[in-house]
Design a protein around this ligand. Structure first.
Ligand code: ACO
Length: 399
């Protein structure tokens, strides 16, 4: 037997698969999805079990190294990450060079790209020690960069990380603490955020992960590859959907048009309007992450004592859409982004930070995929073909 690419090469055919709807770009042992049955597994473990029993760092280890860590492995990993949270002072000043109105996703990708200027050893992608060090640096520094992007947008002072705190608690303090007062972490908030991050940790060959792999296939360093992945995540059809959902819910609330009327506009495809947070390239029955997020939304809002009319609008939208033939026939269900925004808002994050939170969640998956790609002897530089549709050869006009 020969693989399809060898067959096509030998027979002179080129397959056109716009959006890679039916083309595998790689083999991978990290994450399994069965979109028809709503199944998601990290390294063979069901997402429901992972989310109920683990922590962000434990899942990061599982994704990157393939097994659940022992207690001592996890402790050592956590300790190493705590030791690498500080940003170089010059990089702290990097934030001053950007306008305070900058979208935090742009700040995030720029700062991650800048990390490779500080860590030249990351350019040696064949050296496992350097890859390991870059992995730790990324996991440790991305949340700090993210919190600085948030603080910068508020015009507030950037705090130093507090390495006595756990990963998530440190992140919350960097975002919501200030220099004048002590910050007490709310354990409900901490647990809920940890769970949401876990649900985002990997999702096989989505647009941002494929971008990380494509850039990495050129032997670009991991910081450059992940910075590119962050930019791919930024778009509203991918990670940017969580911000777009909240905007949509707010607009429905403000316009007073009601859910039913909005859904009618979606069905008429008025000005390309879509029900954000609905639909998925792979999930065609339900998104298992969305179910877990919906449970969290109820718990977190109840625990924080927040009642948000936007949650009621979201619930009504879901109910109306799931009973409507337009959505049923197209197999459109709420995806992971549908309810996350409502939770992040209740936690105190501004909408522009929502996709940044997704990026922190997805980081371990990007790292695991980059490393799998980098270690695979069959990796080739990613280089799709095209079907040319321009003019035949033309003579340059005589002037
Ligand atoms: N609202 C209304 N109609 C939709 C939606 C939606 N959210 N999503 C798809 N459709 C319709 C399309 O208009 C199309 O209808 P048609 O056959 O009449 O033309 C049909 O469903 C198929 O849509 P495609 O765009 O071909 O589906 P695709 O698999 O390419 O897109 C995507 C998947 C991008 C996620 C899409 O469903 C979408 O735009 N959703 C809204 C944005 C969103 O929530 N993105 C987050 C995805 S999850 C993540 O990245 C973490």
């Amino acid at each position: 037997s020969i693989d399809i690419s060898t067959f096509m090469k030998q027979t002179g055919y080129t397959a056109l698969d716009q959006g890679f709807v039916n083309t595998a770009s790689t083999r991978s042992a990290i994450t399994y999805i069965d979109g028809d049955r709503g199944i998601l597994r990290y390294r063979g473990y069901a997402i429901e079990d992972v989310a109920a029993n683990s922590t962000y760092l434990e899942v990061a280890w599982l994704l990157i190294y393939g097994e659940i860590p022992s207690a001592s492995q996890l402790e050592e990993f956590d300790e190493k990450i705590r030791r690498h949270t500080l940003l170089h002072e010059d990089l702290r000043r990097f934030f001053d060079a950007l306008p305070h109105s900058a979208h935090p996703m742009s700040v995030l990708s720029s700062a991650v790209s800048a990390l490779s200027t500080y860590y030249e050893d990351s350019h040696d992608v064949r050296d496992p020690e350097h890859v390991e060090l870059s992995t730790i640096r990324l996991l440790a520094k991305l949340p700090v960069i993210a919190a600085y992007a948030h603080k910068k947008s508020l015009g507030q002072a950037l705090l130093y990380p507090d390495n006595s705190l756990s990963f998530v608690d440190n992140f919350l303090k960097l975002n919501f603490g200030n220099m004048a007062e002590d910050y007490e972490v709310n354990p409900v908030l901490s647990k809920a955020l940890d769970r949401l991050l876990i649900l985002h940790e990997d999702h096989e060959q989505n647009a941002s992960t494929s971008t990380v792999r494509l850039v990495g296939s050129t032997e670009a360093n991991i910081f450059a590859s992940i910075s590119a992945g962050i930019n791919a995540l930024y778009g509203p059809l991918h990670g940017g959907a969580n911000e777009a959902v909240l905007k949509m819910l707010g607009e429905i609330q403000q316009s007073g048009e009601g859910v039913q009327k909005f859904v009618e506009r979606v069905k008429r495809k008025e000005e390309g309007v879509r029900l954000m947070g609905f639909g998925h390239r792979v999930y065609k029955s339900f998104d298992p992450r969305a179910r877990l997020v919906k449970e969290s939304a109820d718990e977190v809002l109840a625990d924080l004592g927040v009642s948000d009319p936007l949650l009621d609008i979201a619930r009504e939208l879901e109910e109306v859409a799931l009973a409507d033939d337009y959505f049923i026939s197209r197999k459109l269900y709420p995806n992971v982004d549908f309810y996350t925004g409502v939770i992040y808002k209740a936690m105190g994050f501004p909408p522009r930070m929502f996709t940044v939170l997704f990026a922190i969640g997805r980081l371990p998956g990007w790292i695991a995929n980059w490393r799998e790609m980098n270690e695979d002897p069959n990796t080739k530089i990613g280089r799709p073909q095209q079907l040319y549709t321009g003019p035949e050869t033309r003579a340059w006009p005589q002037r």
